[in-house]
Design a protein around this ligand. Structure first.
Ligand code: UDP
Ligand code: MN
Length: 313
């Protein structure tokens, strides 16, 4: 009787072992929920650009960040009581834009401590340059920030001259006092040569915009000097890195440049009106505003004793 039981046990044993092994293989194939937080993510790691909030990008199709053209934003800036406040607002916007490289150009003979400290803590890729505007050009009515924008262009060209097939990139000029929506960066990122869009609160009107017919720019809606070849504000266009590199001599001019003609003088060197790519729903949406910050009232500053500590504002 005992030997019968034993022989049955031996007969069943391999089958029991097979069932256990099959069950084990099956369970090890099951997903590991705790270790797989990203659904559908590809194998490559994400960029090293640090944590970026995903706000405003939820609906966009997910592209790996590495495939996006870099946006280079050239910002001229100069010392004044509101400077740090302006730069703070700008950095808060730029920090939410993927693959944005900030080229901050101080209108100064040397890098200031304030801007250097600010850049160090800004939390986004930033190149800090400086060039002073010659005194003779610091007069009302004369174009501002010519030398600073040219310094940004020179840096960009120098950086890419040793990289034969240039990385895809888009350049735009971001004054430190304007207001930029995040949607604007999505629009400009697809610039092939030169793209344009409306600008709010400029030219003595609620907005200026390129007039578009059948997908092409055919004129300008503006309140000021409609005879300009490109009646557009500095905040109203972007240029591909390719175009910047293939027109190495294109710069902002001092000599021969009339007030308000900086944009036209520059754009004439690199494109034609026919070639412009309208963005922002055929130039019917305002995504950037030419805001200007009120001059601060510091009338009481000299009237009283200064604070005992020195505080950066
Ligand atoms: N800017 C500068 N140096 C100056 C005046 C202005 O670098 O002496 C910068 C300023 O910080 C801004 C840009 O040039 O980023 C355009 O200046 P502003 O905003 O005063 O011009 P507007 O609003 O009249 O176009
Ligand atoms: Mn301004």
């Amino acid at each position: 009787m005992k030997s019968l039981l034993f022989s049955r046990f031996l007969l069943l044993l391999p089958w029991v072992l097979i069932v256990i092994i099959v069950l084990d293989i099956d369970s090890s194939r099951a997903p590991l929920p705790a270790l797989a937080p990203r659904g559908g993510g590809g194998g490559g790691g994400s960029g090293s650009g640090g944590a970026r909030p995903a706000a405003g990008r939820a609906a966009a199709p997910r592209r790996p960040e590495a495939a996006l053209p870099t946006i280079y934003a050239i910002t001229p800036t100069y010392s004044r009581p509101v400077q740090k406040a302006e730069l703070t607002r700008l950095a808060n916007t730029f920090r939410q834009v993927a693959r944005l490289h900030w080229i901050l150009v101080e209108d100064a003979a040397a890098r200031s401590d304030l801007v250097s400290r600010f850049v160090a803590g800004a939390g986004l890729p930033c190149t800090h340059l400086h060039v002073p505007t010659p005194r003779r050009y610091k007069r009302p009515g004369l174009p501002r920030a010519t030398e600073q924008r040219n310094a940004g262009l020179a840096w960009l060209r120098q950086r890419h001259q040793h990289l034969p097939p240039p990385q895809p990139g888009v350049l735009f000029f971001a004054d430190d006092d304007n207001t930029y929506s995040l949607e604007l960066f999505q629009e400009m990122r697809t610039t092939r040569k030169v793209s344009v869009w409306p600008v709010g609160l400029v030219g003595g009107r609620r907005y200026e915009r390129p007039v578009v017919e059948n997908g092409k720019v055919v004129g300008w809606y503006t309140g000021w000097r409609a005879d300009r070849p490109f009646a557009i504000d500095m905040a109203g266009f972007a240029v591909s890195l390719q175009v910047i590199l293939s027109h190495p001599k294109a710069v902002f001019k001092r000599r021969g440049s009339q007030p308000g003609m900086q944009e036209s003088d520059f754009l004439k060197q690199i494109t034609t009106v026919e070639e412009l790519e309208p963005k922002a729903n055929n130039c019917t949406k305002v995504l950037v505003w030419h805001t200007r910050t009120e001059k601060v009232n510091l009338a009481n500053e000299p009237k009283y004793h200064l604070d005992t500590v020195s505080i950066e504002v």
